[in-house]
Design a protein around this ligand. Structure first.
Ligand code: ZN
Length: 489
């Protein structure tokens, strides 16, 4: 990850060095800007339409005037897209400094989100995973300056910087190749991140997982050479706003071949991303702790790879999950739900306020919503569910809610065990969730991130390959939801 400094300054420097200066023009601030800029573009379109005009007074400066009609026309995501455009352009010009000037930004109804974008989008847009290349070509962007009279925004910039960096940590984990990130290394990285950011980490090794009888995780691991791990992360600030913890569960399949139900090669080619749920949980823990969020949060990460080694678990096997449920395996490629079943059943002992799991769980979720959305299912109450949907829109990690009707459960009943691990092809994202629901005894939100976790072609500040989806969402959701149960004593 390359480092960018994000800071606030209250006036422009006398002279610019290799700088792109972005100025936001609306009908509300155009007169003020005209009075300020002697070479302000005379073109009226700039503030009557969404349009940008750029001037290059000398080889060290490029000024971009970005017009919007009114403050209200500026949705946070539109602003983010423009910031991504400026960063891209700046890097192309091999400039180092980005100045963003938006007089009146504090009058925007979503000013906080806009200001956070000023830190978050350059970091996300400038993300590179190139440390394995022998010749590293780093982007040129080094400094982002938010020009404003109001220095109080510094706190918002810091918060956003921490969240964006945590998203990049999740991206790194997803992009790490499977020979450099197996279940054991993932647990070691969790310990390192815990030390660095201040959350507690305990790792169960194979013997402990065996004594706990986590039959899902152990069965999936049978074909592997690397032992499974089960990592428990915990952040408990001094006076948490929630009495009972929020438990985050992340699927940590470090590589998914499908096992004996082997995937075709094209479907296998991106399967290092099958631990993106685990990466999101780790990234979220980093973001939560670095910003000192006043919530008690626990993260659970069951991890193994899924391979067809000689001892590999087999279709028709019946295995026993941590809570005693028996499962008939019909497809060894439906392994994520087996390791999550152990983790979700394990989560019940905390009597949590809420459980959220994140998993690259089903191809069916990708078929349904592509890489533009998370397939979400929820047993949490209406307020909580609405809040996570709203948070998803606000950070643009949007979700579509699917039902958890009882009829779907009929589709995963086994002839010889309590459940089978796959239903029919249709409704696959929902039957996978119904399978998980069997193990959960507390309010629960399921986020199937199979679509947006990994992109084969670049998309704006989400980049290419691992996106770190879930980190910004979880952080923003926890930060904005206020109504956790709190005893009145
Ligand atoms: Zn699989």
């Amino acid at each position: 990850m390359n480092h960018i400094n994000i800071s606030i300054i209250n006036q422009f420097p006398q002279a610019f060095e290799k700088s792109l200066i972005a100025v936001i023009v609306t009908q509300e601030n155009v007169d003020f800007l005209k009075s300020l800029w002697k070479n302000f573009p005379q073109n009226p379109e700039i503030f009557t339409k969404e349009k940008s005009i750029s001037i290059q007074p000398n080889e060290n400066e490029c000024i971009v005037f970005q017009g919007y009609q009114h403050f209200k026309d500026l949705e946070p995501e539109k602003f983010r897209q423009h910031i991504f455009g400026w960063v891209t352009r700046l890097n192309k010009m091999e400039f180092e400094n980005l100045y963003i000037y938006f007089p009146g930004i504090e009058n925007h109804p979503q000013s906080k989100l806009l200001i956070r974008s000023i830190a978050e989008v350059p970091i996300l847009s400038n993300y590179q995973y190139i440390h394995l290349k022998t010749k590293k070509e780093w982007n040129s962007l080094k400094n982002v300056y938010f020009v404003t009279e109001n220095l109080n925004w510094e706190n918002e910039l810091n918060i956003a910087t921490n969240v964006a960096k945590s998203t990049c940590i999740a991206r790194d984990l997803v992009n790490d190749p499977p020979n450099l990130l197996d279940s054991v290394i993932l647990s070691q990285k969790a310990i390192e991140l815990g030390k660095k950011f201040g959350f507690r980490v305990e790792v169960f090794e194979k013997s402990r997982i065996e004594s706990l009888k986590m039959g899902g995780l152990l069965s999936v691991n049978l074909g592997s050479k690397v032992p499974p791990t089960f990592s428990i992360l915990e952040w408990k600030p001094e006076h948490p706003k929630n009495d009972k913890p929020i438990v985050l569960v992340g699927k940590g399949i470090t590589f998914d071949t499908g096992g004996l139900s082997l995937k075709p090669f094209d479907a296998m080619s991106t399967m290092k991303c099958d631990m993106a749920g685990a990466a999101a949980v780790l990234g979220a823990m980093c973001a939560i702790t670095s910003n000192n969020l006043p919530y008690h949060v626990i993260g659970l990460i069951p991890s193994t790879d899924n391979r067809p080694g000689e001892n590999a678990y087999t279709p028709n096997d019946v295995i026993t999950i941590y809570d005693g449920t028996t499962v008939e395996v019909l497809n060894t490629d439906a392994e994520g739900r087996l390791i999550l079943a152990d983790a979700l059943a394990f989560a019940n002992q905390y009597e949590p306020e809420l459980i959220i799991d994140l998993a690259t769980l089903t191809g069916a979720a990708v078929v349904a919503v592509g890489d533009m959305a998370i397939a979400m299912m929820s047993t949490a109450n209406h307020d909580v569910t609405e809040q996570i949907i709203k948070a998803g829109f606000e950070v643009h990690e949007r979700m579509v809610q699917f039902p958890l009707w009882d009829e779907y459960k009929e589709l995963i009943k086994s002839d010889i065990a309590d459940l089978k691990n796959v239903g029919p092809r249709s409704g696959g994202a929902i039957t996978a969730a119904k399978f998980l629901q069997h193990f959960v005894k507390y309010p629960w939100i399921h986020l199937d991130i199979a679509g947006p976790a990994f992109l084969n072609s670049p998309d704006s500040y989400r980049g290419k390959n691992g996106t770190g989806v879930g980190v910004r969402l979880l952080y923003h959701f926890l930060e904005t939801y206020e109504h956790w149960n709190k005893s009145q004593n």
